[in-house]
Design a protein around this ligand. Structure first.
Ligand SMILES: [Zn+2]
Ligand SMILES: [Zn+2]
Length: 704
């Protein structure tokens, strides 16, 4: 039927495209198109179109806003680099070993501190107020403090209005006459082979390293007083709400406003706009050059749907946070009641992890994952309240230590840490393994300055008689003796853990030392002889609150083996005994595609496989038995009953083989039934990038 074939081909092409996600073709970013940002542009990501927390947004008009606690802002005066990166002008404090300074927001009893990374500019504004666009908006991007892993960001935003009577913006005046000229080579055209990180820095598409900046950067190196932006807001005469201007701001959860639109940004946008002169605006327009603003041009993304989010600062402060426990998992708890890490995406996100993998009969033979993890650096192991984490010890090794990388599907990720779950978070055919290790990586070269996307290498363990050699190097040094009790665990878990579950304000047990150190540690021992060419790959989220959807998972199909004695030691060290483990159960796959399996173990496939085996094994066993018996019979002097004996033997062997086969299939079927209490979603599985044929299967929950 031609029409059916046509439909399948189209659906199939869509699946493959999704599996490959962002294949850059270098289309221009502006003017904004949700379709192009999802599919076509460099760094394209589906979340740009389908995300639930996209930025910017349109703020409702607010006539009498709340008077909020003023943040503490300590941005340093520093020499800065001024560059046109092809989509905006960016001002980056030079790295001189000292902090760039911070912004600290006390909101609803929680204090969040962020470190300045860079400031950049949009004309016209990206955020709007009452559907009104301002001519200009400045964003100062920060990383959230609490770990060396820049997993969440804070953006300080200010609107600008035109006022030629005053002196204009004192902040902009520091560098407005040093703006980089329009680059001779604009990094915007099709096929230029350039991508950008979240800070707008141009990267080579091949190496993901930052490009030479010579053709987009000025020689400007003067010290910039970043605090003048705050001074400008304080001195604004354009609008007044009564209290000092720094006490009137909106905050909300959003995303980067450029591809890949990662949803990991806390926005703080000031209500009182800064004044700039038309002359100042003109200088930036010439430099940024994305067309004439009055004709609808500019380097801005328009407001995105608010969806279920709340905006705070006009009439409403965020609710006080509760300190709930993480395990056993409850979606509503993670959405609302686990303190600072609570996030609504945990309950109702579209790309949540873990998931249930359909049992795989035949793995695709993929290009093996390349791993260069460190094997001889010192590490620290700590119990952060929800798991045991192994980190490269920066104090012992120096900040420049290279923890190593994982390269999979052409993407390079740098190792951050490995940690443990009992039982497993991912499941296979509805079956949970007793243990799963995750090694978390960041997709970038330079930590803290590039795209906040992550890659997790996962390894299952099954029980056996042989102790796992790699776990043996750890199991007697786990920070178990001094871990907190099960009851205090609940208080510790929130609200002060970051994305990786590490305490943000203090280490657990304040100096009591829940850290254990090892002078050398071989991360590579994790996968041993495992085939790094057979793995499931899909796009998901962190499996702990706030469940940020920015993780590529690579889960090895072949489980490792550990003993019950080893598992017992990890259970003691990790805790959560009363909760039955520190795992989140599988989440709905939704429209995502899992790659890595060439042939799903559907019932039909399994029976075909069994039948094939049955035929060959029966044939072989019968041949062997018959020939043996015939030889015996021929040697038997009493040959009278020989032929009858042969028939009986053949019948007996046949019945035995058939019984074994039926028993085997019954065992498979029983194994595939999902365990009580875990919700395993329907799963559709496509053949992914590497598949030689293009098929897809939809598998119903395993109710057999
Ligand atoms: Zn911006
Ligand atoms: Zn994990």
């Amino acid at each position: 039927m031609p029409s059916q074939f046509g439909f399948q081909a189209a659906a199939c092409a869509g699946l493959v495209q999704l599996a490959q996600s962002a294949v850059p073709s270098g289309d221009p970013w502006y003017p904004y198109s949700s379709k192009h940002w999802a599919l076509d542009v460099t760094n394209a990501n589906y979340i740009c179109k389908e995300g639930t927390e996209q930025s910017p947004i349109d703020f409702p008009e607010c006539d009498s806003p709340l008077v909020r606690s003023e943040p503490t802002i300590t941005w340093q005066t520093k020499p800065a680099q001024l560059a046109n990166n092809g989509h905006t002008v960016q001002l980056t404090p030079k790295d001189d070993g000292n902090s760039n300074g911070k912004m600290v927001y006390p909101i609803a009893g929680i204090t969040k501190a962020y470190t300045l990374v860079q400031c950049h500019f949009h004309y016209g504004s990206e955020h709007q107020v009452g559907s009104r666009q301002f001519p200009f908006e400045t964003h100062c991007v920060h990383t959230l403090d609490g770990s060396d892993q820049a997993q969440r960001y804070g953006v300080f935003g200010a609107f600008f209005t035109i006022d030629n009577a005053g002196g204009g913006s004192s902040f902009l005046a520091q560098f407005e006459d040093d703006l980089p000229t329009k680059p001779t080579r604009r990094l915007r055209g099709a096929g230029e082979g350039v991508s950008f990180n979240v800070h707008g820095e141009p990267l080579s598409n091949v190496t993901k390293r930052r490009l030479a900046e010579s053709n987009v950067q000025t020689s400007f190196t003067s010290p910039v007083n970043f605090m003048k932006l705050v001074d400008d807001i304080k001195a604004s005469t354009g609008m007044s709400f009564g209290a000092p201007p720094m006490q009137h701001y909106w905050n909300y959860d959003g995303s980067f406003t450029t591809p890949p639109c990662t949803e990991a940004v806390d926005f703080y946008i000031y209500m009182v706009p800064v004044q700039m002169t038309q002359d100042q605006l003109n200088k930036f327009m010439v430099t940024i050059d994305w067309g004439n603003f009055n004709a609808g041009g500019g380097n801005f993304r328009p407001p995105q749907p608010l969806k279920t989010r709340s905006i705070y600062g006009c009439s409403m402060e965020p609710p006080a946070l509760e300190d709930g426990h993480w395990y056993p998992y409850e979606a509503s708890n993670w959405a609302d009641a686990v303190g600072l890490n609570s996030h609504r995406v945990c309950d109702g996100g579209s790309e949540q992890s873990p998931i249930d993998f359909a049992a795989c009969l035949k793995a695709e033979d993929q290009t093996a994952i390349e791993i260069s993890w460190t094997s001889n650096n010192a590490v620290t192991m700590s119990n952060n309240g929800h798991t045991v984490v192994i980190n490269v010890d920066k104090t012992a090794n120096g900040n420049s230590v290279n923890s190593g990388e994982m390269t999979a599907h052409g993407k390079a990720y740098r190792l951050l840490q490995c940690h443990f779950h009992w039982g497993s978070e991912h499941t296979v055919g509805g079956i949970q393994y007793p243990f799963e290790v995750h090694c978390v990586h960041q997709k970038s070269i330079t930590l803290g300055t590039e795209a906040p996307h992550y890659g997790v290498f996962g390894q299952f363990y099954e029980m056996g008689d042989t102790p796992n050699a790699w776990l043996t190097t750890l199991e007697d040094k786990l920070p178990s003796a001094r871990r907190l009790s099960e009851t205090s665990e609940i208080q510790v878990v929130a609200p002060k853990l970051n994305l990786f579950g590490q305490p943000m304000d203090r280490r657990l047990a304040g100096g009591g030392g829940v850290e254990e150190k090892m002078s050398t540690f071989d991360f590579k021992g994790l996968y041993g002889d495992n085939k790094l060419s057979q793995f499931w790959n899909y796009g998901g989220s962190f499996t702990t609150p706030p469940c940020t959807e920015a993780v590529d998972f690579y889960i090895m199909m072949q489980p490792a083996v550990m003993t019950t004695a080893q598992l017992a030691k990890f259970k003691v060290a990790i805790g959560w005994t009363t909760a039955g483990g520190n795992f989140r159960p599988p989440q709905p796959l939704g429209s995502r595609v899992v790659s890595g399996c060439a042939r799903i173990a559907t019932i039909v496939n399994m029976m075909n496989s069994q039948n094939t085996n049955l035929e060959s094994s029966i044939k072989q066993m019968i041949e062997e038995s018959v020939s043996t018996q015939m030889a015996n019979t021929l040697n038997d002097e009493q040959g009278a009953h020989g032929s009858m004996l042969i028939v009986l033997v053949v019948l007996g062997v046949l019945m035995m083989v058939v019984s074994l086969a039926v028993l085997g299939m019954t065992i498979e079927v029983v194994k595939r039934k999902q365990p009580a209490g875990s919700s395993v979603p329907a799963q559709s599985v496509g053949n992914g990038v590497q598949g030689s044929t293009c098929t897809s299967h939809t598998e119903a929950p395993t109710e057999l």
